[in-house]
Design a binder for this molecule. Structure first.
Ligand code: ATP
Length: 345
């Protein structure tokens, strides 16, 4: 009997090709579309239209799973709260852990699927994640908080392909696929249509001006509301008499101030991370660490104590934001991750 694979289908090209590939590989494929927000602008209907066409072409069944309430609680509210608290959130990381490889995986198991497949660009051997071959699309960073118990069920058939080859392949497959290749690429964060401030301002007044402080705490200028800034930002505030660029080094929501400094003030050599998700048992190790998506890997020493990681960087990093994820790599292998709580020079 064929093994069943549930494919997380978004209506996009990657998951549509994933479904095709797995069927060609001899699996019984079913699709599931997650409704992740309560949008009423035809967004879901459009996506489901693409999925319906692909499902008809492949002759597969698809399901629609409404997770909007759970997504609001676990991902959206966390996203807004993070900016209110002056930290920089990573909603895709939360979504992968709680929604895609939490609730969607449960749905797949409830439907007797042996695996859950998605169009993520990453690799897994059931124990670890690894970077995808297409480094420009690699999503291992975003997967690194997924619970280790979920890994044996996960499949990423696109892990060895380049995105451009997937698009070329899809365009010649069938009209159902060609149509998808012609639509716009999806947004970076699915519920942020333009900029994050448009989302946050629905829930808070983000335009309360305040003081800009220098590294010594002196008032040196004005900002237009602390939620407009993230660590490393260098525009949108004033610094009296400054002749060189100044960067945001700290946000203080309580006092509605932002702290700025010259480039060297962004330097970080020590990072503390909490809420660790580790795929290895060691509590002291050397590894590479990425302190944000698309950053270079920095060599470091990690000591885990009291469920926190103290990360000592071997070269300084610049512009590290609390709220982002520190992801530990052993070469291409993801060995764990934790949420950045504090940084210091
Ligand atoms: N609403 C959804 N319902 C079900 N699965 C989803 C949904 N959104 C994303 N996924 C799954 O997660 C994978 C990664 O999503 P992401 O948004 O990062 O990628 P993408 O490159 O836009 O993928 P796609 O081209 O398939 O839309 C998708 O390929 C798909 O398998």
């Amino acid at each position: 009997m064929k093994k069943k694979v549930m494919v997380g289908m978004s209506g996009g090209i990657d998951s549509s090709v994933t479904a095709y590939m797995l069927q060609k590989d001899g699996f019984e494929v079913e699709g599931v579309y997650l409704k992740l927000h309560n949008r009423t602008d035809g967004y879901h209907e459009k996506n489901i239209g693409y999925i319906k066409d692909v499902a008809e072409y492949l002759g597969i069944k698809y399901h629609i799973l409404d997770l909007a309430d759970k997504f609001t609680q676990e991902v959206y509210d966390y996203f807004v709260d993070s900016y209110l608290q002056g930290t920089t959130p990573n909603p895709c990381v939360k979504c992968n852990r709680q929604i895609k490889f939490g609730a969607m995986l449960k749905f797949a198991k409830d439907h007797k699927a042996s695996y859950l497949a998605t169009g993520h660009y990453a690799k897994t051997d059931g124990k670890f994640f690894y970077e995808a071959d297409d480094k420009t699309k690699d999503q291992s960073y975003f997967l690194s908080q997924v619970e280790k118990e979920a890994l044996p069920y996960m499949m990423f058939p696109l892990s060895t392909y380049k995105k451009e080859d997937i698009i070329k392949f899809a365009a010649q497959l069938d009209v159902a696929y060609k149509k998808i290749t012609e639509k716009n690429e999806s947004q970076e964060i699915c519920f942020v249509e333009t900029v994050y401030t448009d989302v946050v301002k629905k829930h808070a007044n983000i335009d309360i001006p305040g003081d800009v402080l220098d590294q010594q705490g002196n008032v040196v200028g004005k900002h237009k509301g602390y939620m407009h800034y993230t660590i490393g930002k260098r525009r949108g505030f004033t610094v009296d008499g400054a002749h060189v660029p100044h960067f945001v080094t700290k946000l203080d929501p309580k006092n509605n101030t932002i702290v700025v400094g010259e480039k060297d003030a962004l330097e970080v050599n020590f990072v503390t991370a909490n809420n660790l998700n580790m795929y290895i048992d060691d509590t002291k190790f050397n590894c590479g660490v990425k302190l944000r998506y698309r950053s270079v890997t920095t060599e470091c020493e990690v000591i885990i104590n009291d469920s926190k990681a103290i990360i000592k960087l071997k070269q300084p990093a610049f512009g590290v934001a609390a709220g982002q994820l520190a992801v530990f790599y052993d070469g291409q292998k993801v060995i764990g991750s934790g949420w950045i709580e504090n940084t210091s020079k």
